[in-house]
Design a protein around this ligand. Structure first.
Ligand SMILES: [Zn+2]
Length: 289
């Protein structure tokens, strides 16, 4: 049986970032408890081991020497794997996840052959490569998962990885037929990307009518630079290609700015906003490096 250290190093060597979680252990009275010691821990075996990783997920790393230090000092720790580098569809049958997945596959076709792990609680973790140029955020029951019992672990999330010990007493394990050595993560199916890439509620920013007014009415001197910046930002934040954004904004400037800015000026503004957007994406771990 592989140790958690071996398992954590295995994930790191495949490009993952890991951190230690509380594990499950029998205490002196023989009770099977989360190592945080709370008899009624409601996240047993799944929450960060703060003693070693005080910032939890933010401490997740791919540095082998840190990983060695953690899991040598806490061989009982469970292994947390940061998601985003891979996206995990988390199927929880206790909340109807099996039925939800069956319904989605009936509608869109079977999921591709891909890496799968069995959670100790009877569920499944199904791994996918993230789509290029689209951020897949964490999406769980609390903020609107995909469907009942189906959560998405993406940017900003993590999963408990094999061979961690589940509160049920069983271990998380790679599915024998879907071990990452034989079946690497497949690209995420297009329908799943489409279902998840929608902007989430509350992130839309300004009122749409304000944008409509701006693009239809245009602006005069004194407001043109700001308007070009805002329009570029609007498009880039929605992952419109920078070249396409540039051309659209150039055309809008000629059609609606009174008088139009020079094309060179517009190019400069769009370039500057595009660089800022890139920094934003990198800073949030949206772009793998
Ligand atoms: Zn606990």
């Amino acid at each position: 049986m592989s140790t958690t250290l071996d398992a954590a190093l295995y994930l790191v060597r495949r490009g993952g970032r890991v951190f230690p979680l509380h594990g499950m252990r029998h205490d002196s009275a023989g009770r099977f408890l989360c190592t945080c010691g709370k008899p009624d821990c409601d996240d047993a075996g799944k929450h960060p081991l703060a003693k070693l990783a005080p910032s939890g997920l933010n401490n997740a790393t791919s540095h082998e020497h840190i990983v060695r230090h953690w899991f040598t000092n806490a061989p009982f720790a469970n292994v947390g794997l940061a998601t985003g580098h891979t996206i995990v569809l988390d199927v929880d049958p206790r909340h109807g996840g099996d039925a939800s997945l069956e319904a989605l596959e009936a509608e869109h076709g079977l999921l591709p052959e891909t890496t799968r792990a069995l959670t100790g609680g009877g569920g499944q973790h199904i791994f996918f490569r993230p789509p290029e140029g689209v951020e897949i955020r964490n999406s769980t029951g609390d903020n609107g998962g995909l469907a009942p019992g189906l959560d998405i672990r993406g940017t900003g999330g993590y999963i408990v990885a094999p061979p961690s010990l589940h509160a049920s007493g069983r271990q998380y394990a790679w599915s024998v037929d879907h071990h990452p050595d034989e079946v690497p993560p497949a690209p995420m199916p297009a329908w799943l990307v489409a279902a998840l890439a929608r902007p989430r509620n509350g992130r839309a920013g300004r009122d749409p009518s304000e944008w409509r007014r701006l693009v239809a009415m245009g602006v005069g001197e004194g407001n043109r630079n700001t308007a070009v910046s805002r329009l570029s930002g609007l498009l880039l934040r929605r992952w419109v290609d920078a070249e396409v954004t540039h051309e659209l904004v150039q055309a809008w400037n000629i059609a609606r700015c009174r008088p139009p800015l020079s094309p060179e000026e517009v190019t400069k503004i769009v370039g500057s906003i595009a660089r800022k957007e890139l920094q934003r994406r990198e800073g949030r771990g949206v772009i793998a490096t």
